[in-house]
Design a binder for this molecule. Structure first.
Ligand code: TNX
Length: 552
């Protein structure tokens, strides 16, 4: 289930310090955990109970109180029978099994997943009456007899399970048996997300990532309630998805990457495997084919797509803005139709992203004409268009989403164009490059990454409000946030770890938690508590000096 990939696992260096911190944490929790006296053996961590709500993203409502619950060797995971059964019942059961798989290796408990609705133990229940919990919300109730997670929809149960996981000690994430105890503070959490779109983008074009590497990232995203995985499947340097009607896109266009090297592509079966794995973690895949610019890999694969009929060589550099599909040729639209049709058929999600950024070698008139036709094709195959925010300079289709990647310092005219589109019904997903681009260096000393948008340390990634970011945008127009990870300099899972973590958690919290909970001091303390968890998962995150990281 958990894949540790290529990432190095770090081990605690100062066991004693860890014990002291655990004692402090237990005391602060005020949950009645037995205080460890001076006689406590330094190698046995004192019982530590994480205060209720000490999770990322912070829940909408936390009411601590009452005695905690401690898992035992006899704990069962009960999944209530759903009246009428059906797909939701099967999914609830599957979520129970997923939770058991997370908890079994470290606790060493059997944790049988059973039907029934008896009291005690861990209980997962779906209830259609819980309308206030919406599509993704949940309630977690913890007391001495057990922990119950209630939701209206399976997605809510899944998110509630992530909260339960984070309430347990970080060592629960280990894949070998740990001492415990496995205690969840008492009280009630009631939680629903601020935004429905909480995304992460992985650029698999500049460097190719295997199915296993993508699944590893999906598992990491799920822990923080991210619900969209945007895959940037094509760019100048590589085409990464098999298309039956244009096979050379993958076999030729996918045969290299930035800096040379073998590249790669997903077969249709592999892509479906990613989509299914993402769905099992309640993430929707948003596939992107970037058009009409960023298309050198396609142009190199088929000479007829070029205005001059000559295929350029494959490209392994990192410049942008030099390529364009031939807007005047009919064959271009046959190509777009075939690609969108095949990709839409593989993708159960609502969205299809058509890029539209940095089309610097396409005239404005051509750009508008091309985007009109490309958007119509997406609608023809039943999907909702997403485009980079340059789409707002053309004619966004009704219902389209524009992904804003400008900066604080982006000019007023460009921001006003985006705001105009938002007032006219275009939804916005916010990915400001100087806040949420995970490929920006943290500081000048960060070995990987780019810095065209500036340096983005953890506080900068967190300390802004998506609801008040662009002037003149109506509240309902902001659909959420997304953290893109471009991969010009990123080529391994260890690279993903250090660039995405911990900044990805900023996006997760901005997307999920209520605006009123925004507080850097509180956030950095909770973030500090994620350090040991990420370590236990084998995630080699950036040890930002802005965060008072806790050691294990
Ligand atoms: C801008 S933002 C790009 C990408 C680059 C990225 C590097 C956007 C839609 N395009 O092509 O990879 O910057 O940070």
């Amino acid at each position: 289930m958990r894949q540790h990939g290529t990432s190095p696992r770090t081990r605690p260096r100062t066991r004693l310090l860890g014990v002291l911190l655990l004692v402090v944490a237990a005391g602060a929790a005020g949950t009645g955990a037995a205080p460890a006296g001076p006689e406590a053996a330094p190698t046995t961590p004192a019982p530590a109970v994480r205060p209720l709500g000490d999770v990322v993203p912070v829940p909408a409502s936390v009411r601590p109180g009452g005695a905690p619950y401690t898992l035992t060797a006899r704990t069962r995971i009960q999944v209530d029978r759903v009246p009428g059964g059906g797909a939701d019942a099967r999914e609830a059961r599957r979520i129970g099994t997923y939770l058991a798989q997370v908890l079994r290796p470290s606790t060493g408990y059997a944790l049988p997943v059973t039907g029934g609705d008896g009291p005690g133990g861990i209980r997962l229940r779906l209830s259609g009456h819980e309308t206030a919990l919406g599509e993704e919300g949940y309630r977690l109730e913890s007391g001495p007899a057990g922990v119950t997670v209630t939701a209206r929809e399976p997605a809510g149960l899944f998110h509630g399970v992530q909260t339960l996981r984070q309430q347990l000690p970080a060592s629960v994430e280990e894949d070998t048996r740990q001492p415990g105890p496995w205690t969840v503070a008492g009280g009630t959490i009631t939680d629903t997300p601020r935004y429905g779109y909480r995304g992460a983008m992985l650029d698999v074009s500049r460097h190719f990532f295997t199915v296993g590497q993508v699944k590893r990232y999906i598992d990491q995203l799920a822990l923080y309630k991210i619900n969209k995985l945007h895959l940037h499947l094509s760019d100048d340097q590589g085409w990464r998805i098999a298309v039956d009607s244009w096979p050379r896109l993958a076999t030729h266009g996918g045969s290299t990457q930035v800096g040379g090297g073998p590249g790669g592509y997903y077969t249709k079966a592999q892509y479906k495997d990613i989509v299914a794995y993402a769905a099992s973690r309640h993430l929707e895949v948003v596939p992107e084919i970037d058009m009409p610019g960023h298309t050198n890999a396609a142009l190199a694969s088929y000479a007829e797509l070029n205005c001059d009929g000559v295929a350029p060589p494959l490209y392994t550099g990192t410049e942008v803005g030099f390529s364009s599909l031939c807007v005047a040729k009919d064959v271009t639209y046959d190509f777009v139709d075939d690609v969108v049709r095949e990709l839409a058929a593989l993708t159960p999600g609502r969205y299809l992203h058509i890029g539209g950024d940095e089309a610097h070698s396409t005239s404005h008139q051509d750009y508008v004409a091309f985007m009109d036709r490309a958007q119509a094709t997406v609608a023809k195959y039943g999907k909702t268009v997403v485009g980079w925010h340059q789409l707002t300079g053309a004619r966004p289709a009704p219902g389209a989403l524009a992904q804003y990647w400008g900066l604080d310092r982006t000019g007023d005219a460009e921001k006003a164009r985006v705001a105009d589109a938002a007032r006219n019904g275009t939804g916005l997903v916010l990915s400001p490059a100087d806040r949420l681009y995970l490929d920006m260096k943290y500081t000048k000393d960060t070995p990987l990454g780019l810095s065209w948008a500036g340096y983005v340390e953890v506080r900068r990634s967190y300390d802004w409000d998506p609801g008040a970011y662009l002037p003149g945008v109506p509240a309902g127009a902001v659909r959420g946030v997304e953290a893109p990870l471009w991969s010009e300099t990123v080529s391994t899972s260890a690279h993903i770890d250090t660039m995405a973590f911990p900044r990805l958690l900023s996006a997760a919290e901005l997307g999920w938690s209520p605006a009123a909970s925004h507080d850097w001091e509180d956030y950095r303390q909770r973030l500090a508590g994620q350090g040991p968890r990420l370590e236990a998962l084998g995630v080699d995150y950036h040890r930002s000096p802005q965060v008072p990281w806790r050691t294990r």
